[in-house]
Design a protein around this ligand. Structure first.
Ligand SMILES: CC(C)(COP(=O)(O)OP(=O)(O)OC[C@H]1O[C@@H](n2cnc3c(N)ncnc32)[C@H](O)[C@@H]1OP(=O)(O)O)[C@@H](O)C(=O)NCCC(=O)NCCS
Length: 204
């Protein structure tokens, strides 16, 4: 793998972390012991990771995985019979005006201001958009301003997002749906988690 060593370490730790999450699930829910080497992680053309291996023949479920990292922090999660996307962002990250204008609609900027959280709410929104884009499996392939935050509950950190524009053309079953994304603070970061049940969108 090319690139700086910190990136290689992030890449490895993300895989170690997601293998552990899946091994723990297989042990706790299926009483099956699998080694980390039994769970190869394959990356598709859009960058999305997938867990492979013989364990798949021993469960009736489909399992989706997601990985996120920032400097010094790695997170991974799995979802059973659904799609999952997680994202981590440093709360203190500076959002330039140009960036904000390109990723947030004026309604979202208004919603963040009304929430009383200001910048922290915008970080939740950005993190939520990336988590949703990962759950969809595309990453930010189309305009992030078309992954629209419609509501925020400051008490629980829950956001409601809706697809618009090219996202809707690509994911027609999600037309007219709002999708919940949970956001929570963790070690000076925001962690966003989006799960899309297989009833709404088939597993990847
Ligand atoms: C993919 C994207 C959402 C990642 O977000 P980020 O905040 O930059 O970085 P994070 O650390 O949170 O996430 C990186 C992880 O997301 C996962 N990921 C990458 N693409 C993904 C996708 N299409 N769907 C789901 N997960 C994806 C990977 O596991 C990756 O880590 P890894 O390469 O070590 O396995 C974002 O970079 C993006 O969409 N970029 C635009 C599209 C792009 O450049 N894609 C690269 C294709 S190779």
């Amino acid at each position: 793998m090319r690139g700086v060593s910190s990136r290689r370490i992030e890449w490895l730790l993300g895989r170690a972390c997601v293998k552990d999450a899946l091994r723990r699930y297989l042990m706790e829910q299926h009483q099956q012991h699998w080694a980390a080497t039994d769970i190869p992680i394959w990356t598709d053309d859009s960058g999305k990771p997938h867990a492979l291996g013989a364990w798949q023949d021993r469960t009736r479920e489909t399992v989706d995985i997601s990985i996120a990292h920032t400097t010094g922090l790695v997170a991974a999660a799995i979802a059973v019979n659904g799609r999952i996307g997680i994202d981590l962002e440093r709360l203190g990250r500076d959002l330039s005006d140009d960036f904000s204008r390109s990723v947030f609609t004026s309604e979202e900027q208004e919603l963040a201001a009304q929430s009383g959280e200001g910048h922290a709410a915008l970080m939740r929104f950005w993190c939520g958009k990336e988590a949703l884009a990962k759950a969809l499996g595309t990453g930010i392939r189309y305009s992030p301003s078309d992954l629209r935050v419609r509501a925020i509950d400051i008490g629980t950190g829950r956001l409601e997002l809706e697809l618009a524009g090219q996202w809707l053309d690509a994911f027609r079953p999600l037309r007219g749906r709002t999708l919940p994304v949970n956001t929570s603070p963790i070690e000076d970061h925001i962690l966003a988690t989006c799960v899309i049940p297989s009833a709404l969108l088939p597993p990847p």
